[in-house]
Design a protein around this ligand. Structure first.
Ligand SMILES: [Zn+2]
Length: 255
């Protein structure tokens, strides 16, 4: 069975009840699901839903593009108030320089990122890191402010060199639908070379659907397309990728 390590099933793009969505996933070979929050409200929703399913876990955190939605001084209390035994990570957190990359934006994102690493250490949880056009800065921050329980660089789109640096720090690499895209040459190379013991798979759904669903809504049960692509690139059986990424996901989140 598949471990979907990163999805946003609460997203309104689905236009569908989150519970029916989860049930459909569980009926379609998705064995475990990590619901990932991107702000306080969504994190709360993930936690609430995770209580109802043995197979569903929650990650709580404030995404770099959501830093204006919560007061810096309130961050720790707000996140701590959501804590249950189903909360297995702090995320997604990190840096996003894609939309805006002026110094003020960058510095604010860094401040929130560092604060949430500190919170993760207090709560003894790993991180789910969002690094868009910012992998080097994320790596540098993590070197200066290490996370005891490590974590994952989700939807990794960096180079093979950066991937190696991340593995050296003890973090996992999360790969998604884009590795099925023809022009994702670097990501395909990462999928080929990444240490299999450090690979997890995810959809980031409803975003980033794999081929042949580009332009449509993505669902966790499309992960078999990601698995197939990795298996083909590495010339191994897809069952091996399915099983090992399940085991890796459990290790990553201490499940
Ligand atoms: Zn995400």
């Amino acid at each position: 069975m598949i471990f979907e390590t990163h999805c946003h099933l609460y997203d309104e793009k689905f236009n569908e009840d989150i519970n029916s969505l989860i049930k459909r996933c569980l009926e379609n070979n998705v064995g475990l699901i990590m619901l990932v929050g991107d702000n306080i409200n969504h994190s709360k929703l993930c936690v609430e839903v995770s209580k109802n399913y043995q197979e569903v876990y929650a990650s709580i955190g404030v995404h770099p593009q959501e830093v204006d939605s919560v007061d810096y001084d309130q961050l720790e209390n707000q996140l701590k108030s959501l804590l249950t035994s189903k909360v297995k990570a702090i995320g997604e957190i990190g840096l996003d320089y894609y939309w805006k990359n002026d110094e003020i934006t960058k510095n604010k994102q860094k401040k929130y990122f560092i604060k949430q690493i500190e919170i993760a250490n207090k709560l003894e949880l790993p991180l789910i890191i969002h690094a868009r056009n910012s992998v080097e800065d994320c790596i540098n921050i993590l070197k200066k402010y290490p996370c005891n329980k490590k974590g994952v660089f989700h939807c990794f789109s960096g180079s093979v060199e950066q991937m190696k640096k991340i593995l050296k720090m003890g973090f996992y690499i999360g790969l998604d639908g884009p590795i099925t895209y023809k022009n994702s040459i670097t990501s395909k190379q990462v999928a080929k070379e990444v240490d299999l013991e450090k690979l997890v798979i995810e959809t980031d759904s409803p975003y980033l659907p794999p081929v042949p669903f580009r332009g449509k809504i993505n669902y966790p049960y499309y992960l078999n397309y990601v698995i197939e692509e990795i298996a083909t690139l590495r010339n191994v059986d897809s069952k091996l990728i399915e099983n090992i990424t399940m085991e890796n996901g459990k290790k990553l989140f201490y499940i």
